[in-house]
Design a protein around this ligand. Structure first.
Ligand code: SF4
Ligand code: SF4
Length: 444
């Protein structure tokens, strides 16, 4: 941490928690149902690393029984915000969301490092700018400099974090998807509707080819795609770091951008973005000027599996795939958006596919935004458990739908020398639909 804080000032900010959130905190009846679901409790086995412990600490700060010390702040950052606890809590306590509320109150009342301010208030708004910043890295990757530096132990000598990040990052595309596709992509075949496509930063800048598969599947399924230029980050990284002002500004920008287009639905192929976009209604809950617009925007937003499970009708022809697959649920789709049934239904429709459920009740993979970098040791323990669960299914392909999970699972495959591969659900669906009405896009 290393930033001087004023615990009294932070504590006062907790004392002003509104009745809605305070009511949620005191709702915890300490039953412990959540304990076995929490990844940090599973790895550390101590109460302070449990959802119940986190609620007790927040309540103690609100009631003035615990100072908002450095130690308390660190505890608030140990949570992955995976929301697995929220899926089982009989009292409906929103632990993950309350931890984010706590971070917001902390960050509003302590000095912010310059680099963090620059990232969360400026760089994050501009995907073109971010892409330009990545240019030197693209050149270095093309010359294999980072991977060779890792192979010969040079990166580790500089920093273990740097070595880890190099291993985590896949090869970057030459250009982000937003710079290679038009604003409107016509439906192929019979037109069924118009959908807005929200391009998440990580999908656009890192997994452009994956989002291209999403475009192919959607247009092949009969939907005209509207992909407004100038989209900004959904704001998920800001919310995870307790920042709301810039997040609200980006949210308002995105809402207006899509409101100007006449779309029935807004689809995203990033689980974290989906959860955030659906959360805009909560973000603007007490802002009368934008409450209606955010309600409409969030109401129109759908996760890609949610949309396709209904949009790919009985006329969709899948070719046989003959593969054993499992689906790793991104926490922000399964626990935050309650999208659980739809990806399974889609995968089970493909002839030859043997679908195996992961025997871990939707545990996080340990990626969780930048958690794998900030809390690498624990993240790796969580990931190791995920690898063991995948191993028990016998799957040869792990399907998922979130950029962080894609990176984390691809890293796991390399680190533990696994013989399964990792795909985003739209990549797999495009493969299964190819040969029918789905063909690869030719935008370049
Ligand atoms: S399951 Fe809910 S009510 Fe029970 S201890 Fe956990 S947070 Fe509290
Ligand atoms: S959100 Fe996840 S990490 Fe945080 S308390 Fe709940 S289960 Fe644990």
């Amino acid at each position: 941490m290393g930033r001087s804080i004023d615990p009294e000032k932070i504590s006062k900010a907790f004392a002003t928690l509104d009745a809605h959130d305070y009511g949620d905190v005191i709702q915890c009846m300490r039953c412990g149902t959540c304990l076995p679901t929490c990844p940090t409790y599973r790895t550390d086995g101590i109460e302070t690393q449990s959802p119940r412990g986190r609620m007790a600490m927040i309540r103690a700060v609100i009631d003035g029984r615990l100072p908002a010390s450095e130690e308390f702040i660190e505890h608030m950052y140990h949570c992955l915000d995976c929301r697995n606890c929220q899926s089982v809590c009989p009292a409906g306590v929103k632990v993950g969301e309350l931890v984010l509320e706590a971070r917001h109150r902390i960050e509003e009342n302590r000095p912010q490092p310059r680099l963090k301010r620059l990232l969360l208030h400026h760089l994050i708004r501009d995907q073109r700018g971010m892409s330009r910043l990545l240019t030197p890295l693209r050149w270095l990757q093309a010359a294999r400099v980072p991977s060779l530096a890792r192979k010969y132990g040079i990166l580790k000598l500089i920093s273990e974090d740097l070595e880890f990040m190099e291993a985590l990052l896949p090869p970057l595309p030459a250009r982000p998807l937003s710079e290679t596709i038009p604003e409107e992509i016509p439906a192929r075949g019979v037109v069924k509707g118009r959908v807005g496509f929200f391009l998440g930063c990580a999908m656009n800048l890192i997994f452009a080819e994956v989002s291209r598969a999403t475009v192919d599947v959607l247009s092949g399924a009969g939907y005209t795609l509207i992909i407004p230029k100038g989209q900004q980050c959904c704001g998920a990284p800001n919310i995870a770091e307790g920042e709301r002002k810039t997040c609200r500004e980006m949210a308002e920008h995105n809402m207006r951008l899509f409101a100007e287009r006449d779309v029935d639905t807004i689809v995203t192929d990033c689980a974290a973005c989906g959860s955030e976009l659906k959360g805009y209604r909560e973000l603007f809950r007490s802002r009368s000027g934008l409450a209606g617009m955010s309600e409409q925007f969030s109401g129109k937003t759908q996760d890609i599996s949610e949309f396709l499970s209904a949009a790919l009708g009985p006329d969709a022809v899948f070719r046989p795939m003959d593969e054993v697959v499992c689906f790793h649920d991104p926490c922000h789709s399964r626990h935050a958006q309650k999208v659980l049934r739809q990806p399974r239904e889609l995968l089970r429709r493909i002839p030859g596919v043997v679908f195996q459920d992961l025997p871990d009740e939707g545990q996080c993979c340990g990626s969780a935004g930048v958690y794998n970098i900030t809390h690498r040791e624990r993240s790796m323990k969580i990931l190791e458990a995920k690898v063991a669960a995948i191993g028990r299914t016998g799957a040869r392909r792990v399907i998922t739908s979130n950029p962080g999970c894609l990176m984390q699972l691809q890293y796991a495959r390399m680190r533990w020398r696994q013989d399964w591969t990792v795909s985003h659900i739209t990549e797999f669906l495009r493969e299964a639909l190819e040969g029918g009405e789905i063909a690869r896009s030719t935008f370049s």
